[in-house]
Design a protein around this ligand. Structure first.
Ligand SMILES: C[S@@+](CC[C@H](N)C(=O)[O-])C[C@H]1O[C@@H](n2cnc3c(N)ncnc32)[C@H](O)[C@@H]1O
Length: 391
């Protein structure tokens, strides 16, 4: 099976509500999506096409290549279809593979059962032909096979990513309540920031927003930080394509920016973590870090974007204190950030009201399972205040 040279359906998955940003990235790479849905983008391509996708995408999670779509009413039918696939031409018979799944079928009470059925079909097939079987287990750092099974419609994919792409490999120390890197990038993309004007991130925590902003501005892509992907473990893999793509990423990356990125936090520990993460990402020199209350953050005269991700009571903090904090954030934006566009990412709409400014846009996101918004504020002289609720 020449998967590296045979076109098939490719599904790039992403966290809920990130697909508009993923679509932009896919199109910028020159691919034409055939479908965009809430948790992904679909296109046509070969496993070779998945190499640049895996190395370049910031907003995606997994790049899946369709091997076969079929009807399966129950586990026995699933097995019978899967055992006909030439797994011996895809998976190293002395190697290791794992199975992941997204299943909604009346016969399957736990996804683990479906995974075992897939594993059995692969192992039985390879053993009957090669006389030896590959190992399998939960680690997703070698060959990964993904089953999508809704009612009686089944699709079996090669997961060419393996470990998720949504983490960008530079964050060695997570900090408290960090944003997922793919989410952080998507929120920055949602601001339409020009990538050449000031970017301020008070309350930076582990630094994800500031670091992602620096990576976007310098054209540094996640593939620069990662050397292992699912596609590398498939039979027929030719490493020259991967190394050529990596070389192109290195050539494209800029070293400097002509504007400031500022990141501050009241916690010295958080700033220390943010600095270390920025160093791993190779952008420490582009970010001015400081330990201070957000109100003391330096706001350069040349305007740009100021972006907050305050605590919102779901995982950290206490509400009454947070109400004051949100009010102070609003005051800071109104008084100190004139000419900027202000953004607050939060999962708590009641707290957001305390900001006291009328949002020009409320952009929908999820943080994990929590419904969140990115509030946008135009901070020009005489910014509109949120009208006082009528008594
Ligand atoms: C939700 S976390 C930010 C997480 C961050 N986006 C990340 O990806 O790691 C909120 C941060 O606000 C900081 N913080 C809370 N009150 C602050 C204040 N008054 N001034 C500055 N930072 C504050 C906390 O120390 C915490 O690091």
């Amino acid at each position: 099976m020449q998967v590296f040279h045979t076109e098939s359906k490719i599904i790039i998955t992403c966290n809920k509500r990130l697909s508009p940003y993923l679509q932009q990235e896919v199109e910028a790479l020159g691919y034409e999506p055939t479908r965009v849905f809430n948790t992904g983008v679909e296109l046509q391509g070969t496993v070779t096409d998945t190499i640049p996708l895996n190395l370049n995408l910031r907003c995606g999670s997994q790049v899946l290549y369709l091997l076969k779509a079929f009807i399966a009413n129950d586990p026995a039918e699933l097995y019978n279809e899967l055992v006909t696939i030439e797994w011996e031409k895809l998976i190293d018979f002395a190697g290791y593979f794992s199975v992941t799944s997204n299943v909604n079928n009346e016969h399957i009470l736990t996804p683990l059962f479906a995974n075992v059925k897939v594993k059995d079909a692969i192992v039985d097939r390879i053993k009957s032909i090669k006389g030896i079987r590959p190992n399998s287990g939960p680690e997703v750092n070698k060959t990964v096979v993904h089953l999508y099974w809704q009612d009686n419609r089944a699709e079996i994919f090669l997961d060419t990513s393996g470990e998720t792409l949504a983490k960008h490999s530079y964050r060695k120390i997570p900090g408290k309540a960090p944003m997922l890197e793919a989410l952080a990038t998507s929120t920055i993309m949602a601001t339409n920031w020009d990538r050449k004007s000031t970017f301020i991130n008070p309350m930076c925590g582990s630094g994800t927003l500031a670091i992602e902003a620096a990576l976007l501005a310098t054209d540094k892509y996640p593939g620069l930080f990662r050397m292992n992907y699912g596609f590398m473990h498939l039979s027929g893999y030719d490493e020259t394509v991967f190394f050529a793509e990596r070389r192109a990423l290195k050539d494209k990356a800029k070293k400097e920016t002509s504007f400031k990125i500022i990141a501050t936090d009241i916690s010295a520990d958080a700033v220390d973590v943010a600095r270390k993460n920025a160093k791993t990402a190779g952008v420490e020199h582009l970010i001015d870090f400081a330990v201070c209350d957000f109100e003391e953050t330096d706001v350069p005269a040349e305007p740009g974007i100021v972006m907050f991700n305050p605590e919102y009571g779901e995982r950290l903090g206490v509400h009454t204190k947070l109400e004051m904090t949100y009010k102070r954030v609003g005051d800071f934006l109104k008084k100190k950030c004139l000419g900027y566009r202000g953004y607050v990412f939060t999962g708590n709409p009641d707290l957001a009201k305390k900001i006291g400014l009328r949002a020009a846009r409320k952009i929908e996101f999820y943080n994990g399972k929590l419904d969140c918004r990115l509030f946008e504020y135009e901070l020009y002289q005489g910014s509109k205040r949120e009208p006082k609720p009528e008594n």
